[in-house]
Design a protein around this ligand. Sequence first.
Ligand code: NDP
Length: 257
Amino acid sequence: MTKSVLITGGGRGIGFGIAEKLAEAGFNIAICDVLPEAETVPKINQMVSCYGAAALYCPCDVTDSVARENMLNRIISRFGSLDVLVNNAGVAPKARTDITEMTEESYDRVMNINLKGPFFLTQLVARHMLEQQKNNPDFTGCIINIGSISATVASISRGEYCLSKAGIGMMTSLWAVRLAETGIPVYEIRPGIIKTDMTALVKDKYDKLISDGLVPQKRWGYPEDIAKAAAMLARGDLAYSTGQVIQVDGGMTIARL
Ligand code: NDP
């Protein structure tokens, strides 16, 4: 049976890049996003048609527990089961604000979308995967979390984002340990500076930082860079490495002198 993958925030940016790479790798694609159906469905259908994959768009806010359950039920009734979860949806703070000025409202928004929603979606999907295994001992799942170098690189003008991504680091460890003996690996990909709508507002700043040497590989990352790493993990190429963090950052987090 063709395997299926759910990619949250997959309507554009890094998530859409991952969806395309996994469609190319032979997965059926379910995408969760908060983007309007009218423009997202044709875009996804056109993309998967190049690879002969099937697509399902699930408008769903990852912070909404009822919507998460409805989404999983839709995916199971369309594809039979869910084999791979990619927790990719994430937001930056609406305004970059020094941590002396950060509001509780911004903290809650970012933590809910970037950490709480993914944690409880993972819990829901893990329960489904464990149930699948009971019925079919050959079932193998996989969970991939899209974190960020901000898990370890402190940006005092978006502390809530850094905290949420540091939390994704521990979330990866927790689920990796919990699911290890079931043969369902859990990984994290930590992107560096990737050219998407999220970074469009700070493009000039990052252009300069990159040309000044912040990133040893001296270029922006692209969604395809992240997608290639996700495809490697989803295919099972790192099956004995659960819990690993894959840095896709052009060498940015290598300590230098
Ligand atoms: P984009 O903003 O380009 O895409 C993210 C998508 O997620 C958007 O379509 C967005 O919709 C959607 N989304 C936002 N909130 C929710 C929600 N509550 N439920 C479901 N979907 C939602 O971001 P990127 O592609 O750049 O980022 C993807 C992931 O990669 C994020 O987790 C981000 O933190 C991480 N990352 C990105 C980096 C970069 O440099 N771009 C670097 C490191 C990590 P909408 O915009 O309409 O809200």
